[in-house]
Design a binder for this molecule. Structure first.
Ligand SMILES: *[C@@H]1O[C@H](CO)[C@@H](O)[C@H](O)[C@H]1NC(C)=O
Ligand SMILES: *[C@@H]1O[C@H](CO)[C@@H](O)[C@H](O)[C@H]1NC(C)=O
Length: 169
């Protein structure tokens, strides 16, 4: 017992020295990674409540969290907590509304790593983008994902993308 306590005390600083790979905002690429399968639920547990007071900076953080939950972490609870009840869908294969895409995402399938995919939030348009095998575009209204396109989309150039300040997430 005493030995393991001692070992833990010695290991902690060593682990802290081995800095993980981080993105521009200083967030470790593996900071969430909490895949969750919620397919036992017939609908998303929580949706986003539109809030006119959410600032563009807060929306940028939410857009990053949405990308993480959807693409990297496989976290449908967080993903749908950022989608409003209307979710206007422009892909002709799906109806509008979060319920229409719940079965696609409830299993928390991870799509790719942060290094192998792309995320961008453009504050002047309130659009966020994810790049993986395809390119998705979402419009954010009152702090929630409100509208979605995924056909013929172009990923913005890096200078258009909001740079999250260190410690923002
Ligand atoms: C709406 O957003 C603002 C800004 O983030 C926050 O202070 C406030 O608590 C939110 N209101 C509700 C009801 O969540
Ligand atoms: C983007 O959202 C902000 C609120 O976060 C709003 O003030 C602004 O008018 C929106 N811009 C566009 C182009 O819709």
């Amino acid at each position: 017992m005493r030995l393991s306590v001692l070992a833990a005390g010695l290991l902690a600083p060593i682990t802290a020295l081995a800095a993980p790979a981080v993105n521009d905002a200083g967030v470790p690429y593996d900071y969430l990674n909490k895949r969750e399968n919620l397919c036992s639920l017939s609908k998303p547990p929580v949706l986003c409540t539109p809030n006119k007071s959410v600032t563009p900076e807060e929306t940028a953080v939410r857009a990053y969290k949405f990308y993480r939950a959807f693409v990297v972490d496989g976290d449908p609870r967080t993903m749908f907590s950022l989608i409003d009840s209307e979710y206007i869908q422009h892909n002709p294969g799906y109806r509008s509304g979060p319920q229409a895409i719940w079965s696609l995402f409830c299993s928390g399938r991870k799509i790719g790593t942060e290094a192998s995919t792309g995320h961008c939030f453009v504050p002047s348009t309130n659009m966020s983008y994810a790049r993986y095998a395809t390119i998705d575009r979402w419009r954010w209204v009152d702090g929630c994902v409100h509208e979605h396109w995924d056909q013929g989309e172009k990923f913005p150039s890096a200078d258009q993308c909001y740079k999250l300040p260190a410690g923002a997430v």
